[in-house]
Write a new protein. Sequence first.
Length: 283
Amino acid sequence: MGAQQLAYVGLGVSDPSAWTAFATKSLGLVAQSRAGTPRLRLDGREWRIAVHRSNADDILYAGFDVGDFAALERLGSRLAAEGQPPTPLKPEEAEARGVDQGFWLPDPGGLRLEFTHCARPAVEAFASPLTDGFVTGEQGLGHIVLSVADVTESLAFYERLGFSVSDYITAPVGPAVLRIAFLHCNTRHHTIAIAQLPGAKRLNHLMLELCEVDDVIRGHQRCKAQGFATGGLGRHPNDRMLSFYVTSPAGFAVEYGWGGRQVTDDWVVSEYGAVSVWGHERG
């Protein structure tokens, strides 16, 4: 066992105020602040997305819940035995994340991955001003798609951390042919996807799943009306998500979707030859 869900992400953006305004006024998240760092809620947890000031305009870290202290110890011991001992979170780091304890290690591309347990719940119930809520719970925050230098190396690394392959897409995207590996650690079709993607950013996009399809359509209209670059609505062949992509103020995208397929006990890994069944035209 290893990661059970994507618990949180830390984004490093050059304009935290603009990104926070986008998250609240366009996506329907709820903002709060801790020690001057905006943090965003989309469910009953204290926070899911932290917005740090950084010129990177990229993801800084990703946190994964492993379930409990015993699971954390088992994972840490196994990684150490395999020659990659993790670094414990400092007490002030654990406090800032709102968890009891944890550790971190870099992925093959240098992204800081944190593994924790016992995340603090929020004091107040979550209520989005713009939506009927987001699909989280045991499926976690959503998913992230990462650009990696070597898909085979990264795939082997993430499988050691408790991820399993859901499927692959090999398809032309612009002038390139991309092979994308989709990995799950719970019933969500994928929590992480990896590919050799063009562009300098490590984070291609962050996906948020809505509880109601109408909220996706309204979100698309809202983002367009507010002047954000969006592609068209569309549906993916593998996770069956109906969604659109919007370019955030930091340059990476947010996928805003509904109706994602879930992994079942009799799951069979498949190959797909297109990124979308229909739509997702580029904005």
